[in-house]
Design a protein around this ligand. Structure first.
Ligand code: PHE
Length: 349
């Protein structure tokens, strides 16, 4: 092999060494390796030319180029190891995480006061022997009104009170239930007497002002059997309120009208926020009393509508506003606080 060829190969080897040493990252190194060792790299092309040489020159030339190729591969491998070591150095030089720093405190939510009272109320009635029933919030108008004995032209059916979902013909009209009394109807239609259930849930009315929210919560109660009396209704409600609000709580029944009970009454609880001593109390409006539920003896018309024998069975029903109870239970001075979901308020009750 000529001296000039030998020099040229030595120069090429030096060039490869320098290029590998200069590569600053994997990408540059890959390009360098391709330039000399790739399919059309300088060394690859030289090897491919061996067959063109005169016979005696082939072997020494081949050996020399091969040696250059092996050296080039070693250079690439070495550069690769160098880059890895450099990356590791950089990684270690970065400021280390301080594992002794305190963690970030997570804000843990809690159950909403309305939900808490609802669960407490349900538990109390379960303790008194009631089962829990549920009904849909989108309800047939027939179950919300007609079967409960509402006269066809009752003002509560007015478009202003109800959210109608599908205003089809009268038999299929659907609305967002305006009270949980719909579950009375559903329970009696699907179970023979005796019945003893409470039914909690959301109800909707087209009312939105400082003391009304278009969605609020009620809990319905229904007890039907032979020989049920009004004094039993009083006893159950007073036992319940004593357990929920404390034995000393004051109650008062006032005669009232609901189409599905006869006689009907409303029950007021002595205001626990001002104890009747503040004429400017916003919760009881200075009256000392807060109206929390409607109740009464199930009207025989309702029994007939659901296929119960009104001669044989009597029963009582009640429907209470859970929001009002939550206000009393947690001494909340303004009903809107319950729906604004201000975390500062929710953390305080
Ligand atoms: N459903 C009535 C209302 O929402 C309350 C009620 C329930 C009254 C059961 C009597 C008996 O106002």
């Amino acid at each position: 092999m000529s001296d000039s060829l030998s020099d040229a190969l030595a120069a090429l080897e030096a060039e490869v060494r320098a290029a590998c040493a200069a590569a600053r990252d994997d990408n540059e190194l890959r390009q360098t390796a391709a330039r000399y060792l790739g399919v059309s790299g300088t060394l690859t092309r030289l090897l491919k030319r061996i067959p063109e040489l005169p016979g005696p020159e082939r072997k020494p030339f081949g050996q020399r180029v091969n040696a250059a190729k092996v050296a080039a591969e070693a250079c690439v491998a070495q550069a690769h190891a160098r880059l890895r070591a450099e990356a590791r150095e950089r990684e270690l030089a970065r400021p280390a995480a301080d594992v002794t720093l305190p963690g970030r405190r997570r804000k843990v939510g809690r159950r909403h006061p309305i939900q808490r009272v609802l669960e407490e109320v349900v538990d109390t009635f379960v303790g008194l022997g009631f089962d829990v029933a549920e009904g849909p919030e989108a309800e047939l108008s027939v179950n919300n009104f007609d079967r409960l004995g509402f006269p066809a032209d009752h003002p509560a059916m007015d478009m202003h009170d109800s959210f109608f979902v599908a205003d089809l013909d009268a038999a299929a009209r659907v609305l967002l239930r305006t009270h949980t009394s719909t579950v009375q109807v559903r329970e009696m239609l699907s179970h023979p007497p005796p019945v003893r259930v409470v039914a909690p849930g959301a109800v909707y009315r087209r009312d939105d002002d400082v003391t009304h929210s278009p969605m609020f919560f009620q809990l319905e109660g229904l007890l039907v059997d032979e020989g049920v009396t009004l004094s039993q209704l009083r006893g159950v409600l007073e036992a319940f309120l004593g357990r929920l609000l404390g034995e000393g709580v004051k109650t008062r029944f006032r005669a009232s009208y609901f189409p599905f009970v006869e006689p009907g009454a409303e029950l007021d609880v002595g205001c626990l926020l001002c104890r009747g001593e503040d004429a400017s109390c916003r919760v009881c409006k200075g009256t000392g009393w807060l109206e929390i539920l409607g109740c009464g003896m199930v009207d025989p018309v309702v029994f007939s509508n659901v296929g119960y024998d009104p001669e044989r069975y009597t029963g009582f029903a009640f429907g209470m506003g859970i929001d009002r109870l939550a206000m009393l239970r947690y001494r909340v001075p303004d009903i809107r606080l319950l729906y604004e979901n201000d975390p500062r308020f929710l953390a305080s009750v």
